[in-house]
Design a protein around this ligand. Structure first.
Ligand code: OAD
Length: 257
């Protein structure tokens, strides 16, 4: 098991290897470079007068289902117009390069899959799917008319298949995440503010168990809680790590300090 302790980028690249059990957790920051507003920035224009909890909660939906449904339709349209960026693409390549890598995302945009990642744990669901309010019957996305669409099976209102404030996460996904974290040797958090649990607790959990932790963020977020903090945009930092790995893999890098 990796022992935590402050390391530098070169040392980290030396410790990367296809044998290592790696967990990558991504947040809205990795999709920001694809033009998707991060969760809180999403309060642009029309939505600026609402708190996220009013739009992303069961109470908010019951109070004004059409407003909430329209907000997700607006966010989904932004996602459909977006393309995965280099950060998504590098993580998709890492799925092949590091066979024991687990990718967990808090994002609901599906851009990791669009970049080629085949095994993505979407712990907060997906904006591309709907479920019905009463029975959680799954449904592909259906545009709203004057009212929100109804479930063809039970006629209850359809809502986005995403985790809302105050809702429980999918138990099966949580179990799979727990297994991955329990075996994790290297944990990399990319573009997340680390304020929403349970994801916000993953880094401390694996670090306490002896994993090596890396945080990649545009802002200095979580720098004092991790073994290695790399400030910069997700795509820029991941690209630098990838080229460091390529050099090392071809045996052309400088000896580890
Ligand atoms: P946030 O919007 O809370 O945080 C985004 C993080 O990404 C911030 O720390 C930014 O500094 C960082 N960031 C922004 N652009 C970046 C870039 N180009 N490169 C690297 N980092 C960048 O989003 P999340 O942490 O993902 O929950 O939020 C977690 C959850 O809170 C979301 O999944 C959502 C929200 O409630 C649900 O939808 C259930």
């Amino acid at each position: 098991m990796m022992k935590p302790g402050k390391i530098d980028e070169q040392n980290f690249i030396q410790r990367l290897s296809p044998e290592r059990r790696i967990v990558v957790l991504t947040g809205a920051g990795i999709s920001a470079e694809s033009g998707i507003p991060t969760f809180r920035d999403a309060q642009e224009g029309l939505w600026s007068q609402f708190r996220p909890e009013e739009l992303a909660s069961p109470e908010g939906f019951r109070k004004n289902p059409k407003l909430v449904f329209d907000w997700y339709a607006w966010r989904r349209q932004k996602v459909l117009e977006a393309k995965p960026n280099l950060g998504h693409q590098i993580l998709a390549a890492w799925e092949k390069q590091f066979p024991h890598l687990t990718l967990i995302t808090q994002n609901v945009d599906g851009l990791h899959q669009a970049a080629g990642s085949e095994h993505v744990m979407e712990m907060h669901g997906s904006i591309h799917r709907l479920i019905c309010l009463e029975e959680r019957h799954p449904s592909p996305w259906v545009a709203a008319g004057s009212d929100v669409p109804l479930c063809p099976r039970c006629q209850s209102p359809l809502r986005p298949d995403v985790v809302w404030f105050g809702e429980m996460l999918d138990r099966v996904i949580l179990q799979r995440i727990g297994r991955a974290l329990s075996q994790c040797e290297i944990f990399i958090a990319v573009g997340t503010s680390g304020v929403v649990y349970p994801a916000a607790g993953f880094l401390d959990e694996v670090r306490a168990a002896g994993a090596l932790t890396v945080v990649i963020n545009k802002e200095r977020v979580g720098a004092d809680r991790t073994d290695l903090f790399l400030q910069g945009s997700a795509s820029e930092v991941l690209q630098r790590l990838q080229s460091g790995w390529n050099q090392r893999d071809q045996g052309t890098d400088s000896p580890a300090r």
